[in-house]
Design a protein around this ligand. Sequence first.
Ligand SMILES: NC(=O)c1ccc[n+]([C@@H]2O[C@H](COP(=O)([O-])OP(=O)(O)OC[C@H]3O[C@@H](n4cnc5c(N)ncnc54)[C@H](O)[C@@H]3O)[C@@H](O)[C@H]2O)c1
Length: 265
Amino acid sequence: MDDDEPAGRRVLITGAASGFGRAIARHLHAGGASVGLVDLDGAGLEALAVELGERVHTETCDVRSPSAVRTAVDGTARAFSGLDALVVSAGVIHFKPLAQVTEADWDLTLDVNLKGAFLACQAVAPHLVAPSGGRMVLISSDAGRRGAPLIQAYASSKFGLLGLTESLAAELAPAGVTVNAVCPVACPTTGMGEQVLDWKSGARGVDPAAVAADAASGNPLGRNATEADIVAVVDFLLSDGASFLTGLAIDVDGGLHLSALPGMR
Ligand SMILES: NC(=O)c1ccc[n+]([C@@H]2O[C@H](COP(=O)([O-])OP(=O)(O)OC[C@H]3O[C@@H](n4cnc5c(N)ncnc54)[C@H](O)[C@@H]3O)[C@@H](O)[C@H]2O)c1
């Protein structure tokens, strides 16, 4: 949110105990927002709540559970006398060859990343449409744009989030609610970013720092994503300046989605 926008906006953030969700919560709170922090990690939420102080409400919640999500959303709306925006950041990933992916692997990934997002949007929507307006921002991924080896469930969930974004954007536009998605490329400093880096490091037998350096050198803009890159775009999508944008997916990837001339590299 910009400094000249009304303080006191009330934003519920899933996955707020770590990574992008925590960075978004810190930034919005510093700008005057009240932040509803939702995560499975109660200790992480508590630490962030202590750090931030006032204008914070925490709800330890598994986003796979419809009743838990509804309780968390309604509890946050009660604490803040309403809600103005939702940011969906809770997510999980695993890397496995197709033959080794279990039903539990698939269900966990789809249930947290896609069903959890759907449940949060469904529970928050009534708080946004009355009286009118409000924002939803869903964190998808570059894996929501292009498939890659060994992340069948993750990519499916992240592609699914873009379908959810477009459908909700169309459905909620008459109520003045905008719904947009952000598609970050790998950011090595978050919880998931470290997990991904460690996995790649083990798979290639090289140091995690070398993996991160390789990824940076393969990016058109020559570096990896930072949490601040994602925070800036989410902040913009929540701002008054983005009030005419809905149903979009923004690639926060340094241009990695761009192609080269065939045969030229
Ligand atoms: N870091 C990256 O490289 C990257 C790139 C693209 C997209 N993303 C996406 O960004 C989002 C945030 O990831 P991050 O990188 O900050 O990772 P992170 O691990 O730091 O944060 C994810 C948070 O989700 C929470 N969570 C997991 N399962 C949950 C559940 N069932 N209920 C409630 N909370 C749950 C975790 O406790 C954690 O706090 C994810 O959706 C991820 O897919 C991350």
